[in-house]
Write a protein that binds this ligand. Structure first.
Ligand code: FES
Ligand SMILES: [Fe+2]
Length: 472
């Protein structure tokens, strides 16, 4: 496959990345991942720092962007049967998403049409009808008003109005559920774009089930939070202890898709260039993380390679040869996909780190009115069944790998927790410091390098919404 495909020749599209190192130069990479054309988002310093702390900007974001875009909020297997529902709190809104027959889903504002009370409190549940706690109006789970006590005390002019729940636009892609507060939003498939959807064609997301779910409110702006998760430039400094022994952050592939979605492929099972420099290129044997990957690939301990340079090939060979024993069909995946980390972002509020067996799904949702708050959620989705998922993805002891029993989220107090895992903990420890600095009058604005092209792409899309161009 050519490294450069797609929208060649269009304005703003350059045939050659200005940054020379690329993923296919990483040791052991087989290549062949379709590389999207580089899109030139310029080199300007982004100096509108108030977007990180201004309440006025946040109000405008809710108006122009957050109420207009498609927002990924969960997965069809979170509501595994007919009449299952989930409640999604988004800014000042609360939305009920309900499973109908088969794969059908529908969504309504979680708001009683009598006098506006929130109806449902639980995150997940199963019900054929919902009863408002205030005066006990009840609604069927397809949104129709079913009963109001003391009906005879209402005049006919009131009763003949539409008193049903207000619908919300909702759709699915490969099992992921999206909603939009904009009733006139365009089709979800167009929003995601053909190239983005094609890029994850091999992953069987539809058969993933939620096995871990933690949520926490961070004391940072939502964009400041997301920015730390769509670039790998900080890995060598912030994650030197955890990631650099097993993941390269230099020979990476950054792909930018239409409508702000993106991907970075990080080579796994090879030390970062910064790590190799720190040990003068001398790495003794293979480390514990590499052993876990080999074990997960069904490689017997006696056959473990002695040099890190051979680990990637051994993992790939192990997964291919042992797939029946591992309970997984890897045939649709490229060799690199069996090992490497695909960091995908779905504009504006979510990323997932995808492996064939599991996905780390993260969301950073803005607060309704405080620009210095982010409502963070970290969820792990694993392929249904018993296959081994990457060792950095925790599984909750209550999780049902068949997905029949719905896992309740854990709400964490404070900022940071061991429950977030060691890598995210390093980000959480650092991000508030970033928030403090960007509020300084001494900060002249952000200067992005080519390892941060997706941050630049993020803001390009962000401004399209904020300036009204996206929906013009
Ligand atoms: S507000 Fe819901 S029944 Fe009165
Ligand atoms: Fe990080």
């Amino acid at each position: 496959m050519s490294r450069f495909t797609g929208r060649m020749g269009q304005a703003g599209v350059m045939p050659i990345d200005p940054w020379t190192p690329n993923y296919e130069q990483a040791p052991g990479v087989a290549g062949g991942q379709e590389k999207q054309p580089y899109i030139d988002f310029g080199t300007d310093r982004l100096s509108d720092n108030e977007k990180y702390y201004s309440s006025d900007v946040l109000a405008k974001e809710w108006d122009k962007l957050l109420s207009k875009a498609w927002i990924v909020c969960g997965h069809i297997n979170d509501i595994p049967e007919e009449h299952c529902y989930m409640k999604v709190d988004y800014g000042r809104e609360s939305i009920l998403i309900i499973r109908g027959e088969g794969d059908d889903i529908r969504a309504f504002y979680n708001v009683c049409q009598h006098r506006g009370t929130r109806i449902v409190k639980d995150d997940f549940g199963k019900a054929r009808s919902f009863t408002c706690p205030y005066h006990a109006w009840s609604f069927t789970n397809d949104g129709k008003l079913a009963h109001l006590p003391g009906r005879e005390t209402f005049r006919e002019e009131v009763l003949c109005r539409n008193l049903d729940l207000e619908p919300v636009r909702v759709d699915q892609w490969k099992g992921w559920i999206f909603f939009s507060l904009d009733p006139n939003v365009g089709p979800l498939d167009d929003y995601l774009g053909e190239r983005f959807r094609a890029s994850v064609g091999a992953y069987d997301f539809r058969n993933f089930v939620r096995v871990y779910d933690v949520r926490q409110t961070w004391t940072t702006n939502w964009k400041a939070s997301i920015e730390a998760f769509i670039e790998g430039y900080h890995v060598s400094s912030v994650h030197s202890a955890t990631l650099t022994p097993v993941m390269d952050d230099y020979y990476t592939q950054h792909d930018m898709y239409e409508n702000g979605h993106g991907r970075t492929i990080f080579p796994f099972m090879e030390p970062a260039q910064s790590y190799l420099r720190s040990v003068d290129g001398k790495v003794e044997g293979i480390n514990e993380e590499m052993k876990l990957f080999l074990k997960a690939a069904g490689v017997p301990e006696d056959d473990y390679p002695t040099k890190w340079q051979d680990v990637k090939a051994a993992v790939i060979k192990g997964k291919r040869e042992n797939q029946a024993k591992l309970g997984f069909d890897f045939s649709g995946f490229s060799d690199d996909q069996l090992v490497d980390d695909w960091n995908m972002s779905m504009f504006p509020l979510a990323t997932f780190n995808a492996h064939p067996e599991g996905v780390l799904f993260q969301r950073w949702w803005p607060d309704e009115e405080d620009p210095r708050k982010t409502h963070y959620s970290l969820q792990i989705y694993a392929m249904r069944g018993e296959c081994v998922i990457p060792s950095y993805m925790p599984i909750h002891p209550d999780a049902d790998r068949e997905g029949k029993k719905v896992l309740q989220p854990m709400y964490l107090e404070g900022m940071g927790s061991e429950a977030l895992g060691p890598v995210v903990m390093e980000d959480v420890a650092f991000v508030p410091q970033f928030q403090k600095g960007i509020e300084s009058r001494g900060f002249r604005g952000a200067n992005y390098g080519e390892q941060e092209v997706r941050n630049r792409q993020f803001y390009h899309e962000y401004y399209r919404y904020m300036n009204g161009a996206r929906n013009a």
